[in-house]
Design a protein around this ligand. Structure first.
Ligand code: NAD
Length: 267
């Protein structure tokens, strides 16, 4: 039997980056806990496949093809949400750009694009969702940051870390502004969670996985489904007094070394 505090029946969730990885796991997790979902991704076939899977669970799932770094497309998606569902209870901002650059080499336009995608566009989504939730007097926003958002990694994640640091601080500010009016805002900070991009990098550099694992006391990399329990908790009434929290989901990484993964300097 599941505890009623975790029941999301009757709630509507919007999840970005839901074609694969943690966005997909979260969307499925919300639906398994009873929510209906609008899910978006730039991968049209992938997001449709996730929606079809959720529909087999007996929940409503509306797939949207949306570039979550594009302000017009974000606003159009929220307008569609109004038409389809007429409300939003849970907003999960998962997708965002990530690229490796050395700080001494990064082009400023490229830096601007990454910061825009991670921070300004994500804020736009928070603003659109937050306005609707404030009107209703309730809601839960879950922003994805990274361990790199609260500690320096020193591995070429420069623009990404700076943007994710902004996401953590945006989460604290929005929580402080909005939680008194019923809208909780929290952030999840993953360490290395397996995805196709990471698998590719680990194939190219056979030492990478061992280096990551030196920083993960639990002894394995994360899996997309590791986010499900935390996401359902933050979305649900079980987390009624949890807001402004910047929560590591990192197999113990931040506790061990307050930062990233020990490895050769400049690797
Ligand atoms: N995987 C990790 O190790 C890790 C660690 C820290 C933080 N994060 C953050 O967590 C989030 C999810 O990571 P993941 O590993 O599940 O990702 P993933 O690569 O498995 O999936 C990302 C999804 O987002 C979609 N996407 C990418 N750009 C988009 C855009 N502009 N608009 C709409 N959709 C877009 C992709 O098509 C894909 O379906 C990301 O924000 C990532 O930066 C991941």
């Amino acid at each position: 039997m599941t505890h009623p505090l975790f029941d999301l029946s009757g709630r509507v969730a919007l999840v970005s980056g839901a074609a694969q990885g943690m966005g997909r796991s979260m969307a499925i997790g919300f639906a398994e806990a009873g929510a209906d979902v609008m899910i978006c991704d730039i991968n049209e076939a992938g997001v449709k496949a996730t929606a079809e899977h959720i529909q087999t669970l007996g929940r409503r799932a509306v797939p949207v093809t949306c570039d979550i770094t594009n302000i017009e497309q974000i606003r159009a998606m929220f307008a569609q949400l109004d038409r389809e569902f007429g409300k939003i209870d849970i907003l999960a901002n998962v997708a965002g750009p990530a690229k490796l650059h050395k700080p001494e080499e990064i082009d400023l336009d490229e830096m601007g694009k990454i910061i825009h995608g991670l921070l300004i566009a994500r804020f736009c989504s928070c603003q659109e969702g937050g306005r609707r939730m404030l009107k209703a007097g309730k809601g839960s926003i879950i922003n994805f940051s990274s361990i790199g958002g609260v500690t320096a990694l020193g591995r070429g994640n420069f623009a990404y870390s700076v943007g994710m640091g902004g996401v953590a601080q945006m989460t604290r500010e929005l929580s402080t502004e909005w939680s008194g009016r019923g809208v909780r805002v929290n952030a999840i900070l993953p360490a290395q969670v397996i995805n196709p991009g990471l698998e590719e990098r680990m194939k190219v550099d056979p030492n990478l996985e061992a280096m990551f694992l030196r920083g993960i006391p639990i002894g394995r990399l994360g899996r997309p489904d590791d986010v499900k329990g935390l996401a359902i908790f933050l979305a649900s009434d079980a987390a009624a007094w949890i807001t402004g929290a910047i929560i590591p989901m990192d197999g113990g990484n931040l506790a061990q070394n307050a930062g990233g993964t020990p490895g050769p300097r400049n690797a």
